[in-house]
Ligand binder design. Structure first.
Ligand SMILES: [Fe+2]
Length: 137
């Protein structure tokens, strides 16, 4: 993910010359930075929102959402973590592709629409992890 830096120095971009310590403290540019952690954080927040929305649908159907997470495998390296994330996105996509028509068969359009939106997010996550791993999306 390309991001703007945190800020600019007073008076604009630094283009040579000397900076005061105060300026250096806040120096930034609008160059593009590769911040994979920012993308991962955004995905994690999206996943939490998915869990909340799904929990609301469970409650709407009279159920009780579980709060105990499934076991998590983190991986031994960043590369392995990305591979595991990619696999989990693929599994989520397959699951949601089954839930949507099931909800439609039951006449539950709200659930079908919710999982349609979640599916779109998961497909985006899949492409994100594929790109991080240098795989075709
Ligand atoms: Fe995801």
């Amino acid at each position: 993910m390309f991001q703007h830096s945190l800020g600019t120095s007073e008076g604009g971009a630094i283009s040579g010359g000397e900076s005061t310590p105060e300026q250096v403290k806040f120096v930034g540019t609008h160059r593009l930075y590769w911040l994979p952690g920012a993308g991962l954080k955004k995905i994690a927040i999206t996943e939490m929102r998915h869990a909340e929305a799904i929990a609301e649908r469970v409650v709407a159907h009279g159920g009780t959402p579980v709060t105990a997470p499934s076991p998590i495998t983190i991986g031994e390296s960043a590369h392995e973590m990305m591979e595991l994330d990619l696999r989990q996105e693929r599994e989520a996509i397959r699951l949601y592709e089954q839930i949507i028509p099931a909800a439609q068969r039951e006449g539950d359009q709200l659930t079908a629409e919710l999982f349609g939106k979640i599916l779109a997010d998961e497909e985006q996550h899949y492409r994100h992890f594929s790109a991080l791993l240098g795989l075709p999306g």
